[in-house]
Every structure is written in C-alpha cells, then in structure tokens.
Ligand binder design. Structure first.
Ligand code: B12
Ligand code: SF4
Length: 503
C-alpha cells in the first residue's frame, strides 16, 4: 500500500485536481494498492488520515510501505515540512519520499533534513516505480536516474533528472481515485470549472523561469484527440463546463493550435490557457476564429517587461512591440489577454518599473479588457545564465526549516522577495499602481467585490488613473476592504486568484 499526499497548497475553496500525485498513482503497477490524501480538502486532518491508513494496514499482508508527498515551492512547502516531521516521528520505519518542483530545484536541504528518506527530481512516474524496487532490495538506488538520497557514509547522492517522456506515453489521469465533484468550482469561466494538463515542459529559454531548470528546453504535447477524450468524460459524466489548462505553453504552432481547436470545439467548454506572444502572432485569422469558436476565453501570456533591453536580458525572445500587437489581435477576436509582468530588474529596477507601468497603460488603451498579473523577480536556479547575472543560490537557506520562514515564502511565491535591488518603496509603487488599475477597471475574475464597491472604486480611481498619480491610494484600499464579500486571498495564486493580492 502506498499513500500519496498532496500537502495543503491553497484554501479548500481554491482546490483543484491533485494532478501531480494522481500522475504518480496512475503509473503504479496494477498489483499495487494506493490512496491519495489531499490536504486541500476541507476539514481534513492530513496527518490523522495518513496515520489511520497506516494503522489499519499494519500487520496485514499489504502494510503501507511508502508515504510520498508532492512539494511545490511556497505555502505547500511550509505545510509539507511539519507534516513530514510528524509522520517520520510517528512512523519511523516507513520510507518518506518527496517529489515535485521544490526538491527538483533545491535537493540539498531536502536530503539533509533527516526526515525525508528519498527525493525524486523531475518527472516522477518511472523513478517512483523503480524506487519501489529499491525498497524491495531488487535495485541499486545509485542506478536510478532522478533518485536522490543520503549514502551510508553520510554524503549526498544527488542524481540528475531522468530523460522524461511525453504525456502520450503515460497513463490517463485516474479520475476514479478522487471525488471529482469536490474539485469543480465556479470561476469566471463557468459554474463547474476543472483543470487539465496536456503537455510537459516548455521549449523556450527565459532565464528567470523554473520550468526549464526542471524539464530542460523541451516540450511534448499530448495528442489533442486524447485530451478531448478525457475532457469529454469530465464534461459528460460530471458536468464540467469550463477548464483551465495548466500547461506552461499550450500552443506549439499554428497547425497544432488548429488541431486543438477542432478537437475541443464539440465539447462546448470555455477555457483558459497559457501561450507565448510570438506564437499567437503567427496564427492565421482562421486559427484565431477557430480557437474562439472552440471556447478559448482568456489567454495568459508572459509579457514580463515593457523594455526591450530587459526582455533581451531575460532571453524572453519577444519584443515590446509584439506584446502590443498581441493585445490588438486578442481584442480583434474577442479573447481576453492576461499579461503577466516580472518587476525588479537587478541593474535598473526603478527605470524598468516606470517603463513597464507606462507600457501597461499603453496595453490597456489598445485592449481595455486586458488583465494584469504581476510578480517580483526572484532568482531561480538555471542550467545556464541567469537574468541579471545573479547567483540564484547565493544566500538561499540550507535547511527546510529556514525555507518555511515567512520571508522565504514571500521569495518562493514571487510576491515579496527580499532582494538587494528592490526596496519597500519600489514594491509599493507596483502594488499601488495595481490597486488603481484594478479599481478603475475591475477584473473579470473579481466575484468578491460588491457592485457599490466596484462603482465607488472606479470613481475614486478614475482621477488617479487619468493623472498617473498612483502613490498611497489609502481611500481606495479602504473601499476595497469594505466592499469585499471575502477579504483578499493571498493564497489564490495564478489562475486561482480572484485578483492579485493587494496589500
Ligand atoms: C497546479 C499548480 C499550482 C497549484 C497547486 C497545486 C497543488 N499541488 O495543489 C497552485 C495554484 C496552488 C499553485 C501555486 C503556486 N505555484 Co504552481 N503550478 C501549478 C501548475 C500550473 C500545474 C502543476 C501540475 O499539476 N502539473 C501536472 C503534474 C502531473 O505535473 P507535475 O506537478 O510537474 O508533477 C510531476 C513531477 O513534478 C513529479 N512530481 C511531482 N510531485 C511528485 C510527488 C512524488 C512523490 C513524486 C515521486 C514525483 C512528483 O512527477 C510528476 C509526474 O511526472 C504548474 C505549471 C505546470 N504546468 O506544471 C505550476 C508551477 C509548478 N507553480 C509554480 C509556482 C512558482 C507556484 C507558486 C510558488 C507561485 C505563484 N505565485 O504562482 C505558487 C505557490 C505554491 C503553493 N501554494 O505552495 C511554478 C514552479 C516553478 C519553479 N520550479 O519554481 C510552476 C512550474 C509554474 C511556472 N511556470 O512558473 N501552483
Ligand atoms: S517563462 Fe514561460 S515561455 Fe519562458 S521558459 Fe518559462 S514556461 Fe517557457
């Protein structure tokens, strides 16, 4: 028996399918029994639940022989650390395994912790199956790609990730192992929104991004017919009416985008996905129209900066002019663009912030429907060359306990990194701008601010927006906190966010 754990990563109201552990479970041999414990479910005592499975299985022919956790940087890590410690002290004899993005990027503190026995870096399906053979004494752990551990002499064995395979070579998501209805929630897309991941990796080379550090510069996409088959099941059997595609990069090129559009069209779903600005600009008018017809409602693009110099330093491979053009094309086709920006150039942070804020105004003029997502630049380990030529490991914690401190959570979530080139004044400049912009143009994601509050916010923000004076909008902040049915949720990251957390 294997217990696969998704430590709490977000509030129950934001929970989505725990895809990472579903993928690991689906790849286990048919003879292996396994169960998912999802910390995002409401009212669940995760440690208690795991322990009750362990206790129920103890003394049977199939006791729990591994507890495996997925761990993403950020709040999930903060929850995974105390949970793992508690599990280790309660069930010392059961091997504890970590996988996921945090350990893939920062293996040393995980291996050194003393309470994680095995770490799997990168794609986990095959490595986890081989680890079970290691636990049975049938395989030498040092021979397993991606498997990291402490050797008998106390030194670390940190393996490189294994050569990974694409989604078509992996089993289908095991929907029968979760209660699907518990994971379909209202979003701006629909009443019963779900999530899906149809590819692995990304072929681009942005040198601030953690994806290429884990998966290299490659992407493999699933056959669109298979994607449509899985979504049809969710829509037909469970009433899913909309979907967020989790893929880092959903479209490879024009031909593949058309194929996706044609496969999804019959399903009648509304959907959100991430795409590159340059890829979008290569689409023909016909491809845009097919995508629109197929339900593409919002497209998220990493715009990152309004400065060509900064985009070049980031190896982003796009220009500010192309971003403006993408804003125009999305407007023409009635698709909402969600542009994400990374603030805080290590060389000239103030100049970059000013240029980018001015650029966002321009984007808003071209496409008033445009949505803004903002992050602060947080150096992330890279295979080659980092944006700003900084050492992303310098000063990062050596222990998991330190990683879970609030200042490092702010670092990992890219919400509030403590970096020498960004002070509170500069961060406030970005946050104040964002508050003015989102009050003046309420986000389609915002279902929590009441109508009067939205009206008052618009009115108050209008003067500021026109004059370009954003600093310290105290009254707007007050109106916002008064008008929200629920307070801003700083755990509602990315596609979960009703609006960016505005503190
Ligand atoms: C879903 C998701 C979330 C969800 C959390 C999901 C959950 N666990 O409940 C939410 C929205 C909360 C979230 C938040 C954040 N996320 Co997030 N998220 C994703 C997303 C979109 C999909 C992950 C997924 O399900 N993939 C599908 C599964 C099948 O693949 P996988 O997770 O990679 O799992 C494979 C391997 O990693 C490994 N593996 C994973 N877990 C395990 C466990 C075991 C035991 C084993 C053996 C192997 C293993 O094997 C799996 C199968 O091959 C990815 C982007 C992406 N497409 O991957 C970003 C991504 C992982 N998130 C990222 C980030 C930075 C964050 C945030 C820190 C920042 C932010 N402000 O958004 C926050 C904070 C996280 C937190 N709360 O702790 C980055 C990580 C980059 C990095 N390496 O640093 C990504 C890659 C997005 C990006 N392009 O930047 N996220
Ligand atoms: S930022 Fe986006 S496009 Fe660039 S490497 Fe990362 S996932 Fe790919």
């Amino acid at each position: 028996m294997i217990v696969l754990v998704n430590p709490r990563a977000t509030r129950p109201q934001n929970r989505r399918f725990p895809l990472s552990v579903m993928a690991i479970g689906a790849a286990l041999p048919a003879t292996e029994e396994w169960e998912i414990v999802d910390g995002n479910l409401p009212g669940l005592d995760v440690e208690q639940r795991i322990s009750s499975v362990v206790d129920a299985r103890a003394g049977t022919s199939d006791p729990v022989r591994a507890i495996a956790l997925t761990v993403m940087p950020g709040p999930q890590l903060a929850n995974a650390v105390p949970l793992t410690k508690a599990l280790k002290s309660r069930h010392a004899q059961i091997p504890i395994v970590w996988g996921g993005n945090f350990g893939s990027l920062y293996p040393e503190p995980v291996i050194d912790s003393g309470y994680v026995d095995w770490l799997i870096r990168g794609q986990g399906e095959q490595t986890f199956v081989e680890l079970l053979q290691v636990l049975d004494g049938r395989l030498d752990p040092a021979a397993v790609p991606g498997l990291c551990f402490r050797k008998a002499d106390g030194s670390r064995h940190i393996a490189a990730e294994r050569h990974w395979v694409g989604p078509d070579e992996l089993p289908a998501p095991p929907y029968h192992k979760i209660n699907i209805g518990e994971y379909l929630h209202p979003t701006f897309l629909g009443r019963r929104s779900g999530v899906y991941n149809a590819s692995i990796g990304c072929p681009y080379a942005c040198n601030f991004c953690g994806v290429i550090s884990v998966f290299g510069r490659r992407e493999k996409v699933q056959d669109p017919a298979r994607t449509a088959g899985h979504l049809a099941l969710l829509s037909r059997n469970y009433g899913m009416d909309s979907v967020h595609f989790y893929d880092n990069n959903f479209f490879l090129n024009d031909a593949q985008a058309r194929e996706i559009a044609d496969s999804l069209a019959p399903l009648g779903l509304r959907w959100w996905c991430e795409a590159r600005v340059d890829a979008l600009l290569r689409f023909s008018g016909d491809t845009w129209r097919r995508l629109k017809r197929a339900g593409l409602t919002m497209v998220f693009c990493g715009a990152e900066s309004g400065s060509n110099e900064v985009l070049r330093k980031m190896s982003k491979g796009i220009t500010a002019e192309q971003i403006l053009e993408a804003a125009a094309r999305t407007r023409e086709h009635g698709i909402i663009p969600e542009f994400s920006f990374v603030f805080g150039d290590p060389d000239e942070p103030e100049l970059q912030i000013d240029q980018t804020l001015a650029f966002i105004r321009k984007l808003k003029r071209i496409n008033p429907a445009m949505e803004l997502i903002s992050y602060f630049y947080t150096p992330t380990p890279q295979r080659r060359g980092t944006y700003g030529d900084v050492d992303p490991r310098q000063g990062t914690p050596a222990t998991l306990e330190e990683w879970t401190q609030p200042e490092w959570i702010g670092w990992m979530t890219h919400e509030d990194p403590d970096v020498p080139w960004l002070d509170g004044r500069l961060k406030s400049r970005v946050r104040d701008f964002e508050l003015v912009l989102k009050s003046r143009f309420p986000s389609v994601h915002d279902r929590e601010t009441n109508g009067i509050g939205k009206l008052a916010g618009r009115w108050l923000a209008d003067m500021r927006w026109r004059s370009g004076r954003y600093s310290n909008p105290a009254l707007l902040r007050q109106v916002r906190s008064w008008a929200r049915r629920r307070p801003d949720d700083p755990q509602a990251y990315g596609h979960l966010r009703a609006e960016a957390a505005m503190r």
